[in-house]
Design a protein around this ligand. Structure first.
Ligand SMILES: Cc1cc2nc3c(=O)[nH]c(=O)nc-3n(C[C@H](O)[C@H](O)[C@H](O)COP(=O)(O)OP(=O)(O)OC[C@H]3O[C@@H](n4cnc5c(N)ncnc54)[C@H](O)[C@@H]3O)c2cc1C
Length: 274
């Protein structure tokens, strides 16, 4: 599988990358870890005319304590998120989910910015950051703006990013003693989730987000509303698929995905109470 011909340029900073995408227009694409874009190019499902390599923009590879949240640079690799002492202390759900992405090779190459910008509903970290109420920072020719995770995912592989914008930072609120769980159901270790669940609970508050249950990551708001209203975990979990719209594929029928979502949400909520 050989991709269509493309030009290649390397950016040394976010500013240079944004200037380059402005010059090359809609046909250009950023290349971060390449672990989602290059497979699409090899299948000829994407044929950018220019690749702007941002993989060596070192000043966007960081995990910092920013008071009420942890700030993660877009070029931070999944492996750094998985092993970060700061995240294990303050946002352990995200560190755990990052450790479930693919295999070590994928986690050493793939980036936080890449997986969020790619907006694949089958990916683990878009749903996890959605459950955590994260904010994404985008930088474009006219400056920076913040986009709430809840407003970011607009369709299959479609996000609120403009073509000339680069995702530069992911801001994740600290969890403050919250119970949490990440559940991922796969046929083989290291596969994408057939269905996944990222959940947290603190008193009557909770959030539950689903992986691979629709064209975007899905927030199961009915589950949280039921729990807040005093429903049992078992009854709340029955509402797991209410907001979702899953499809069938080689791994699962729609009915099977709905069943999995209910079972995994129940497990996640039970684990989150400990
Ligand atoms: C074998 C294999 C198994 C995998 N398993 C899993 C899994 O189990 N779970 C999971 O969640 N993921 C999995 N992945 C995907 C992996 O996590 C990818 O690395 C990730 O989805 C994309 O990150 P990337 O840095 O490689 O992005 P790239 O492939 O470089 O880019 C993806 C898209 O995002 C755009 N982009 C990248 N960075 C930015 C930015 N900063 N601003 C704006 N646009 C940007 C690119 O232009 C492109 O359109 C797997 C991948 C492979 C190859």
């Amino acid at each position: 599988m050989i991709p269509a011909a493309f030009d290649y340029v390397r950016a040394g900073s976010a500013e240079e990358a944004i200037s380059l995408i402005g010059q090359h227009g809609d046909e250009a694409k950023f290349l971060a870890g390449g672990h989602s874009l290059l497979p699409l190019m090899k299948l000829r499902l994407a044929s950018p005319s220019v690749l702007i390599d941002i993989g060596r923009v070192q000043d966007l590879s960081y995990i910092r304590d920013a008071g009420d949240h942890i700030a993660i640079g877009a070029l931070t690799r999944h492996m750094d998120v998985e092993t970060s002492a700061l995240l294990k202390e303050h946002v352990p759900l995200l560190a755990c989910a990052a450790g479930q992405v693919g295999d070590p090779q994928v986690r050493h190459r793939g980036t936080m910015g890449g997986t969020i910008a790619h907006a694949d509903p089958a990916s683990d970290l878009p749903a996890t950051t959605l459950a955590l109420g994260a904010t994404y920072v985008a930088q474009g020719p006219n400056g920076t703006r913040e986009i709430a995770a809840a407003d970011f995912y607009q369709g299959f592989l479609e996000s609120a990013l403009e073509p000339d914008e680069m995702l530069t930072e992911i801001r994740v609120p600290k969890m403050h003693g919250t119970g949490w769980s990440f559940q991922k159901f796969t046929r083989r270790a290291q596969d994408y989730a057939i269905v996944g669940v990222a959940a947290w609970r603190r008193g009557t508050e909770s959030a539950v987000a689903l992986v691979n249950m629709g064209s975007t990551p899905v927030l199961a708001e009915g589950v949280s509303a039921a729990l807040a209203g005093g429903a049992s975990v078992a009854d709340a979990a029955e509402l797991a698929a209410a907001e979702s719209d899953p499809t069938h594929d080689l791994n699962a029928s729609v009915e099977y995905r709905v069943h999995l979502a209910k079972v995994l949400v129940r497990r996640a909520l039970e684990e989150s109470t400990h």
